[in-house]
Design a protein around this ligand. Sequence first.
Ligand code: SAM
Ligand code: SF4
Length: 469
Amino acid sequence: MPSIYIETFGCQMNEADSQYIADRAAASGYAVTGDASQASVVVLNTCTVRDNAERRAYGRMAHFKKLKITDPSVKLVVCGCLAEQDKDTMQAGAPYLDGVFGTRDLARLGDALAAWRPDFEDDLTLADERALIEPLGGHADCTGGAYAHLRAFVNVQRGCSYYCTYCIVPHVRGRFDNRSTGDILRECRAAIAAGAREITLVGQTVNAFADPATGADFSDLLETVAALDGLDRFTFLTSHPKDYTAKLARTMGTLPKLNARFHLPVQSGSDPILRRMNRKYTVAQYREKIALFREMCPDWALTTDLIVAFPGETETDLEQTLALCDEMSFAQAFMFVYSPRRGTPAAHWEQIPAEIGSERLKRLAATIDRGVRAYHERKRGTTVRALIVGPSRKDPSKLAAKTPDNVTVIAPAGPLGEGELAASPWLDIAIDEAFTWGVSGRIVGIAERSDGLTVPVDARPTIDLITAR
Ligand code: SAM
Ligand code: SF4
């Protein structure tokens, strides 16, 4: 059986696209593997949102070229935002690639996979070898693995029309394009039928969703998805502060299956910077939205994205950002030094030196870490229910899981077997220690559904051991 390895960089949209590629590949008879060296097709799904994402993608391309040299029958494919941006130069500069597919070419990539299928069927030795593929392990951002089906990403919209002055996304993914509620529900049902325990509705500004035919808004969509038969838990990424309404805050507070985590990127705590970023809200408006959120969803985690050293950012602007972070006590934050992107307005403005950028990032991280650590400390002494991700990357004798408020939990695997965990993937973990990266503890039980009954770990018979890989 031919196999496909998919490595994903970047945001939730790329995760959703990788899942689409994996589904199309599976429909054409490929097995999804977490080991590139065993694959018949290697797909690199790229990101171009910052310079380091771009450099990493080119680095991985050079790395995968070696696989092609060892075995010329291997097909090597690049897709995603960097492929969209650099299509022409990429194909010319890397003739060893079997395909470069931009963000709007995914269906064509699916067709190519089907067309390549006979190339691999002919190669019996290769097929024999690849029947032995080990499903677990490999790169953390890889599609595949024993627990991959537990999490599904469903696109509710493509592209973005907001044109923040730093951002490449509208340039490589095009303007907003909302899917119909019917299509979204169909995909959610298919994911549930395939074993998904958590669905993430994704879009660059999901909360601006409007059904193209009926005009139903994002709150309506959440209510419809929440009512799906067999749905365990769900969540959504990413929201824009401008489109966060009182109706949405109320709806979020009334849906028990929704994960108790709200990601609302603020980017900066300074009005002049927000204006130059074209973010379409002020700090005061962000505060008002958060007050609404805290009122309706009092125990939820609030998470955010922040950029430092945006052109023109002064020491005062940065201090305002730090003060806002202290005030908001974010449970998690993705922090970036501004990275100029070709073709975006801010790339033409006077830039802040890189060393000032890294120094500001360090100060921001120190502020954020205080709030994050305090948030994690509150879990110590409690028992959390978390969905398994897989073996911990640092120590494979331990399992990694994520709570519905997106906190990483690590615990020794003990006697729990892979098959058993895939069927009962919710782990009840007694939390002993808190860190900045997450929490750790002991698995005391497993459950099939997020609101299901706990089977105590001590009370169940031992099945196959998870071994270190
Ligand atoms: N649509 C989302 C929003 O409006 O918040 C974010 C999408 S973007 C893929 C993810 C994050 O990357 C952004 O929130 C921003 O913090 C960061 N980002 C985007 N462009 C950047 C750039 N040029 N330099 C540094 N960070 C950037
Ligand atoms: Fe980029 Fe802004 Fe659109 Fe988010 S809202 S994808 S940051 S342009």
